[in-house]
Every structure is written in structure tokens, then in C-alpha cells.
Design a protein around this ligand. Structure first.
Ligand SMILES: Cc1cc2nc3c(=O)[nH]c(=O)nc-3n(C[C@H](O)[C@H](O)[C@H](O)COP(=O)(O)O)c2cc1C
Length: 209
């Protein structure tokens, strides 16, 4: 592994609780892969493109990658092409991904560029890679959840569309309850460190070998 792309979709930017864990995952990767290059993008800052009329016309009209409307989309896809691991830190917003991450998705998933078609089905055109999604939510989203989860399945489907399979989700659930949030974060740190590829044990194994 030579490089990792880190996407932070929280409006809290560097203050997001999920972001601290995402940085820890990057540190673990660095320990296992000395010289690892980090490419980081704070999606909530915006400025990386828009789904405007020009972009929609280019998508619907099947414009080529050189179309001016695709300039920013091309830059985002190039970031995926230049890296071989992906860490996404995202909160849940109204049961799904925040608008900033949805915009990234709409700019990255492009027919004929990041996915194609075989037998009428979409097939990814980007290289598969290890993916960690650090998912922070105010309420529960796993067992005991009292809300729908349109994030984990959706993001898994989106990544599969471009050829990136099997994301590992590290869920920081129930952060809205201040009295238990610290315990949730400590538990998530321990689970992260035990993960394959992104964990501390994986880093130590790589150093020992
Ligand atoms: C606009 C908005 C919508 C939210 N919607 C949900 C939701 O549907 N379910 C949930 O569990 N938490 C929801 N939350 C709470 C966040 O997921 C929670 O604050 C999370 O811990 C933020 O993570 P971060 O500190 O990493 O940014 C929402 C927060 C905001 C700002």
C-alpha cells in the first residue's frame, strides 16, 4: 500500500469525533506501510464541484471525460485512481449520508468513466482497495435501533458500483447521549485497533514480518 485517500464528510471538520478515529486508522496504516502518502479532503468545505445544469447535461448527453463540465468530477476520480486505500469518516444525517458526501458520490459515479455496463448491469471500472468507513450517529443504528439505516447499505452499493467492495464499517453509535459517548469512543478505538488492515495489530504484524 502506497497511499490512502481520507474523506471527511462531517460539518464539524477536524473536530468531528469520527475524524479522530479516521486519523488513528491512517496512523495504523502508516505504521504498517512506512512512507504511506495521505491525500485528505474535507468534503464539508465544499468547492469540489456541483450538480448543476452543465453537469446534468453532460451526464445525460454522455459527454466525454474532456468535457469542461466534468473537470471537477475528473479531479475527484483521479484522487481515487492515485490512491490504493480509502477511509471515509461520515456522520449519519437523517438516516443517510450528509449532503456533502452525496455530492461527492454524484460527481464520482459516472457511466463510462468510473463504472460501465455488462449484461445490463453496472460494473465498476476503478481498482478495488481496502475501505474503512467510520460512521458516527447520534442514535443507535445497529441492534436496538429505532431509526431506519439508509447509510450502510447505500454506501456499500455506491462503492460496489465503481468497483470498490467490502467496506469495513466502524460505527460510533448513540453519541447523542453525553453520559455514554466517551465509552462509545473508547469501545470504537478498541474495535478499530483489532480490525484487519486498518487496525494496530495489522500494523504490528506488518512491522514484525
Ligand atoms: C443535520 C443532522 C442530521 C442528523 N441526523 C441524524 C440521524 O438521522 N440519525 C442519527 O442517529 N443521528 C443524526 N444526527 C446526529 C449526528 O449523526 C451525530 O451528531 C454524530 O455524532 C456526528 O458525528 P461527528 O461528531 O463525527 O461529526 C444528525 C445530525 C445533524 C447535524
Amino acid at each position: 500500500m502506497k497511499s490512502v485517500l481520507l474523506l471527511n464528510a462531517s460539518p464539524l471538520g477536524a473536530d468531528a469525533r469520527g475524524h479522530a478515529l479516521a486519523l488513528r486508522a491512517v496512523d495504523n496504516l502508516r505504521a504498517a506501510h512506512p512512507g504511506l502518502r495521505l491525500l485528505a479532503r474535507d468534503l464539508s468545505r465544499g468547492g469540489f464541484g456541483a450538480v448543476d445544469a452543465a453537469y446534468a447535461h453532460a451526464i445525460i448527453g454522455g459527454a466525454g471525460p474532456e468535457a469542461p463540465a466534468f473537470r471537477r468530477s475528473e479531479a475527484l476520480i483521479a484522487e481515487l485512481e492515485q490512491t490504493d486505500a480509502l477511509v471515509i469518516s461520515t456522520p449519519m444525517h437523517n438516516y443517510t449520508v450528509p449532503a456533502a458526501l452525496k455530492l461527492w458520490i454524484d460527481l464520482v459515479l459516472r457511466a463510462g468513466r468510473s463504472f460501465g455496463f455488462r449484461d445490463g448491469r453496472k460494473v465498476g471500472l476503478l481498482a478495488d482497495r481496502p475501505v474503512l468507513v467510520v460512521l458516527a450517529s447520534g442514535g443507535l443504528i445497529g441492534s436496538g435501533a429505532r431509526q431506519p439505516d439508509h447509510l450502510t447499505g447505500y454506501l456499500t452499493d455506491v462503492l460496489a458500483t465503481i468497483g470498490i467492495g467490502a467496506p469495513q464499517f466502524l460505527c460510533l453509535e448513540g453519541l447523542a447521549r453525553a453520559e455514554t459517548a466517551q465509552g462509545v469512543l473508547a469501545g470504537a478505538r478498541a474495535r478499530l485497533d483489532a480490525l484487519p488492515v486498518f487496525g494496530r495489530a495489522a500494523a504490528q504484524r506488518a512491522i514484525a514480518s
